[in-house]
Write a protein of this length. Structure first.
Ligand code: 5AD
Length: 361
């Protein structure tokens, strides 16, 4: 005779059934996602993690893609309450890289085998459409074999189209939260979720490999908000998802808020992998900052991308989106260190373009 189920075991069975359905169908109703996030035990999270790693393995083998990040300006016209380079932060010393300096970062990365350059900045209007098109065009001409990813925030369709035509391939724009009133608590009036969503749909429509994403544990976030974030990703089906824990930055309005939970972030990474099997999913710098070994844990939860910093070493301390962001480290040594730490877990770092499988085909 079977033993009677304890409440806990029955709940575990229910969470696993939801994880299986998420894998099979690529989506779940928001209520079910909320139940899953709220009730999953450590054992359920381990179950999701193992399934996510298996799915990543089916699609990418033991390969982890590495991207070279170039933080080319920390000027920003936006004022996101969580972010260290927000406009109102008077403590941040601002800088800009010109085309030559950006190309020098690319050259350093290219010599080490990097074949994706991620150009990230605050929303800096000094880089007009023309200026960015020139920079993109020069990178494209110098490195025809490389992917160019932009992470420069909200612009209009014609600007995005011009960037694409100049040779940019991918665009990262996190949605931050898919719940409008939560969005309004993370941003000043004038920055809206509707605009963000519109940008994301435009980027996808133009043909960019597009990345959305959100912070885990941002102030005021509820489990319902997280469920809506996952449901939004299931609907948008982006090529990339950027997700890391919120980490307070000492000169922002959220300086005294609690950091996001690392284990919850890892669980959500697994759920995203199960929902979007071929998605390019970075194990983020924030995850590695929040916990030592966090970056490796992200890969072991189903992520398949890491981003290493090609920015000039002396400028890195000025690009502090959150506190304790790593700023030191020669890129050759960091690449080698990542190769060693992931190699010890059976993963191989590959420096090729690593396009989304749908695009690579
Ligand atoms: N903690 C964690 N992530 C942050 N970001 C910005 N500020 C923080 C912070 N304090 C993330 C945002 C943004 C990306 C570039 O960095 O999600 O989209």
């Amino acid at each position: 005779m079977p033993l009677p189920l304890t409440t806990d075991r029955r709940r575990t069975g229910a969470a696993r059934a939801l994880i299986d359905r998420l894998s099979a169908e690529g989506r779940l109703p928001v209520d079910d996602l909320e139940t899953l996030i709220r009730t999953a035990t450590d054992a359920d999270r381990a179950y999701a993690r193992e399934a996510a790693v298996a799915v990543a393995h089916e699609n990418f083998g033991n390969r982890v893609f590495v991207r070279g990040l170039i933080e080319f300006s920390n000027h920003c016209r936006q004022d996101c309450f969580y972010c260290g380079i927000r406009k109102s932060n008077r403590e941040t010393e601002r800088y800009r890289l010109d085309a030559e300096q950006i190309l020098a970062c690319c050259a350093a990365g290219h010599a080490l085998g990097y074949r994706t350059f991620v150009l990230q900045s605050g929303e800096d209007s000094r880089y007009t459409t023309e200026v960015l098109v020139d920079i993109i065009g020069r990178i494209r001409a110098t490195y025809p074999d490389c992917a160019i990813t932009l992470s420069v925030g909200e612009r209009g369709r014609s600007a995005y189209q011009a960037f694409f035509d100049a040779g940019a391939n991918r665009f990262l724009l996190r949605h931050e939260t898919a719940t409008a009133d939560h969005y309004a608590r993370l941003h000043p009036a004038g920055q809206t979720l509707a605009t963000r969503m519109e940008c994301l749909r435009t980027l996808k429509d133009i043909g960019f490999q597009t990345g959305a994403g959100f912070m885990v544990g941002s102030p005021f976030q509820t489990v319902g908000d997280l469920a809506r974030d996952l449901a939004f990703l299931a609907e948008l089906r982006p090529h990339m998802v950027g997700m890391g824990p919120f980490l307070p930055q000492h000169s922002t309005p959220f300086r005294d808020e609690q950091a996001g939970d690392v284990d919850l972030t890892l669980f959500l990474l697994s759920l995203v992998r199960l929902m979007l099997p071929t998605v390019l999913l970075p194990s983020t710098t924030a995850l590695g900052t929040a916990r030592s070994g966090g970056r490796e844990a992200g890969i072991l939860a189903g992520a398949n991308v890491i981003m290493l910093n090609l920015s000039p070493t002396d400028l890195r301390p000025k690009y502090l989106l959150y506190d304790n962001k790593p700023v030191s480290g020669d890129i050759a040594e960091m690449t080698q260190a990542a190769r060693a730490s992931l190699g010890a877990l059976g993963y191989e770092i590959v420096v090729d373009r690593g396009d989304h499988p749908e695009v690579a085909r």
